[in-house]
Design a protein around this ligand. Sequence first.
Ligand SMILES: Cc1cc2nc3c(=O)[nH]c(=O)nc-3n(C[C@H](O)[C@H](O)[C@H](O)COP(=O)(O)OP(=O)(O)OC[C@H]3O[C@@H](n4cnc5c(N)ncnc54)[C@H](O)[C@@H]3O)c2cc1C
Length: 420
Amino acid sequence: MEYDLVIVGGGPAGLAAALQARKEGVERILILERDKELGGILQQCIHNGFGLHEFKEELTGPEYALRFSEKVLQQGIECMVDTMVLEISDKKVIRAVNARSGYMEIHAGAVILAMGCRERTRGAIAIPGERPAGIFTAGAAQRYINMEGYMVGKKILILGSGDIGLIMARRLTLEGAEVKAVVELMPFSGGLARNIAQCLDDYGIPLYLSHTVVDVIGDARLEKVVIAAVDEQKRPIPGTEREYEVDALLLSVGLIPENDVSRKTGVLIDERTQGPVVNELMETNIEGIFACGNALHVHDLVDFVSAEARKAASAACRYLRREVKPGAYREIHAGEGVSYTVPQKFRAENLAEGLELFLRVKNIYRNRRIEVRDGETTILSLKRPHLAPGEMERVLVPGKLLEGFKGDSLTVTLAGGEGA
Ligand SMILES: Cc1cc2nc3c(=O)[nH]c(=O)nc-3n(C[C@H](O)[C@H](O)[C@H](O)COP(=O)(O)OP(=O)(O)OC[C@H]3O[C@@H](n4cnc5c(N)ncnc54)[C@H](O)[C@@H]3O)c2cc1C
């Protein structure tokens, strides 16, 4: 089988990438999706809040996904669902399997990695205590409730205040459960401010910052969870323990970009994002293999996933048309207060509309400036009244600011303002 473009993952990233490639005239496009339906994680996100940027209206996750999947089908873009991609060679041969065709080898002109991400589990964060039933990742609980029709518990504690944890606190409350509290190890929430207001404050659910779970008690089923405050080194403070009688504990303790397939291919992974290292075209270290969406770095808003996927697809089209210009790479470093940037390197030769950077900060900051520096010279300075690790920042460095750029790297850093 031969295609111009093969997209691994039929979530919002994969769907937007496919539509963009078709718009730019690519004929033979194939989406490979391991689930039975297209739409990715959005299928289980039945709350609203999707699409404010993309459609200027608030949609549920399935509604947002449907707007893309319907167009993909109308455009006659080929999709193989229930199909698992096992491996991709550095020559862009994709090995995949499904129940209808068995094992397949698919040759692609270009590949887009759009596999989304997975949740960190109890094992990954080493929660002490017994091992009863009743401990779920928040996403798994969401799938049980919203898609399979099972309730996960009646009295619930949630560890982690990322968006999934916050959304599940509200969802469980609406389904009749008593959510005792959301417990967060960090001194700030990892979720969007709007989700704290709409999912906790509106329902009177307490949020305990700088706290963690120190014991899990239960034989067959979870009976109690003990939490405690933590010090600045995140060590539990003796004497601050509090016990909750609960039958379910939900973990919302982080997402990890899904890159098992990418690693096997030899794609270089950035330890900070856990996604591929990419250049200005969202291209990995392997020529013709691009990445976008949550497989590249964890996004808070799906609208940005769709926009990034279109960018990766346009770049893949340029690659297929042999329009990518070679050039010397410049690194992009994360400076003071910045935990990462995407992309991590660029070639000025391929920047038509400037350099678009996505970044996250390490802490909560007020009245800072995001500065882009060429050595000691600040070439761009943007005021930000509020910065938080849970909110991804976008910076566009106009092309004209890079014209005189002589250095071998750029640094993105925080400057000025009040402390955390
Ligand atoms: C609980 C929750 C609440 C959210 N709430 C909001 C919100 O209110 N507003 C908002 O804008 N955003 C929200 N988001 C974020 C948004 O859903 C994600 O940013 C978006 O879904 C990411 O898109 P993606 O295509 O990168 O990944 P995904 O949606 O995860 O899609 C990836 C797809 O790749 C497939 N795949 C993976 N590996 C393989 C393989 N080897 N072979 C074949 N297929 C594979 C998967 O099955 C999946 O379908 C929320 C996310 C979650 C989890």
